[in-house]
Design a protein around this ligand. Structure first.
Ligand code: FES
Ligand SMILES: [Fe+2]
Length: 433
């Protein structure tokens, strides 16, 4: 006898209003219904995201320390916008962004060993490898080989194509729209621009990247909820090793949403606050581990920098600010910060970049503590990577099409909603236009 294959109706049921005392209660527009992840498995939706999101939002591409002096530059590959950018500091100290394309016959202007690889350096001018057309640091075209052979050509008309570029707290943002709908400050909004952190003092940077087979939002979601760590990272995370969390779950102490951006804050886990058996011998020896060095860095004073711990919670340990669409800054109580970038490549692939910033180590012990912190965090993220490739595979089966999200997954629900809203808004404008 065969069982009848009945699809549960739960996804179609009316869903209750969020009860009092929940985080979701404060954001009724988010609803409580199960969500669809069709927007993470559809190649057609991915094509819409290029225009509707990544060519409209301000995107962080780096920090001013990467272009310290006139002529310092780096390139940024933006597969999602099918372009590459040159970010360069001019002789007037201004940071500018240009499309990395020669105006003669379209050769990619700046690259070294392989045209798809990002490069950085210092230069006086940019000369094209193909026929030698040359551009100044401010994008002006200053040399055309055999200029007289061309027909009525004026170098003044052949500068590099500029991209809108602005800086907030040392973070360089670009906007690929012809005319951005908002200034960078308007786009970031009050919750993000309230942050006033001594970023310029944290110049010791550690970088790693991963090429991952998952949609950018599926991957990002694992970095914006603390519901999974006791289970997925139960063995590696010294806080989550406590059986209590594995049985009862871990709770985010504060959620806040402002426009398309969001933040989650939690209590701390760093600083060797737990009983010794929760730490590995190496963690105890180096006084460092998953949450970075245990000893506070020199920037940690009596008061937190403005904008941090927006919920003013006791026992604050970290803030995870999610800046729409694909940029996150995580501030830690011991005085260091991490940034994450989720660069979409295809509907089922992204480049994940992590940067950790510390004050320069004053001795070998501090340097080793920073290295151990980063090595452990990288390991931690690898646990996410494997799982999220598996999530992508599960979603693509389309065997299940609606997924319940809890109150602790508020930020995931919000990202999903903002993405759909931006795409719908773009489509509406496009149709009207
Ligand atoms: S394509 Fe660059 S000089 Fe010809
Ligand atoms: Fe994780």
């Amino acid at each position: 006898m065969t069982q009848s294959l009945k699809v549960p109706k739960s996804a179609a049921r009316q869903h209750p209003k969020p009860p009092e005392g929940t985080w979701t209660e404060h954001y009724p527009e988010l609803d409580t219904a199960p969500v669809s992840y069709e927007n993470s498995i559809s190649p057609e939706f991915f094509e819409l995201e290029r225009e509707a999101i990544f060519k409209r939002a301000w995107l962080n591409v780096g920090r001013v320390e990467q272009v310290p002096r006139a002529g310092s530059f780096f390139t940024k590959e933006l597969a999602i916008a099918k372009t590459s950018l040159i970010i360069v500091r001019g002789k007037d100290a201004e940071v500018r962004a240009f499309h990395n394309v020669c105006r003669h016959r379209g050769n990619k202007l700046v690259w070294t060993d392989h045209p798809a690889e990002e490069v950085c350096g210092t230069t006086r001018k940019f000369a094209c490898k193909y026929h030698g057309w040359t551009y100044e640091l401010d994008g002006r075209c200053s040399f055309i080989l055999q200029e007289g052979e061309f027909f009525g050509i004026d170098k003044g008309d052949y500068g590099l194509v500029p991209v809108h570029c602005d800086v907030w707290q040392g973070f360089i943002f670009v906007n690929l729209a012809e005319e951005p709908e908002q200034t960078l400050t308007e786009f970031l909004g009050p919750m993000i621009t309230a942050i006033d952190y001594p970023f310029e003092k944290l110049t010791q940077r550690y970088y790693y990247r991963g090429d991952i087979n998952s949609n950018w939002k599926i991957f990002l979601d694992a970095f914006q909820e603390f519901y999974h760590p006791p289970i997925l990272h139960g063995h590696q995370n010294p806080v989550m090793r406590q059986t209590d969390y594995q049985d009862k779950g871990f709770y985010t102490s504060h959620f806040q949403i402002d426009g398309p951006h969001r933040v989650g804050s939690t209590t701390g886990g760093a600083g060797g606050k737990l009983v010794p058996e929760f730490y590995n011998p190496s963690e105890q020896l180096f006084r460092s581990g998953l949450f970075g060095p245990w000893d506070p860095s020199e920037i940690v004073g009596d008061a937190l920098p403005p904008g941090l711990n927006p919920g003013n919670k006791k026992g604050w340990g970290l803030d995870s600010f999610q800046i729409f669409p694909n940029f996150a800054i995580v501030f830690w109580e011991t005085g260091w910060y991490l940034t994450y970038h989720y660069w979409p490549v295809a509907h089922d692939r992204l480049i994940f970049e992590a940067n950790a910033y510390f004050t320069p180590p004053r001795n070998v012990r501090e340097r080793l503590a920073q290295h151990l912190g980063i090595a452990t965090i990288k390991e931690y993220a690898l646990e996410d990577c494997g799982t999220l490739e598996a999530t992508q595979m599960g979603l693509e089966s389309r065997a299940v099409t609606a997924f319940p999200l809890g109150d602790q997954e508020l930020m995931c629900r919000h990202l999903n909603k903002v993405v759909d809203t931006w795409v719908a808004d773009y489509q509406k404008k496009h149709t009207e236009g």
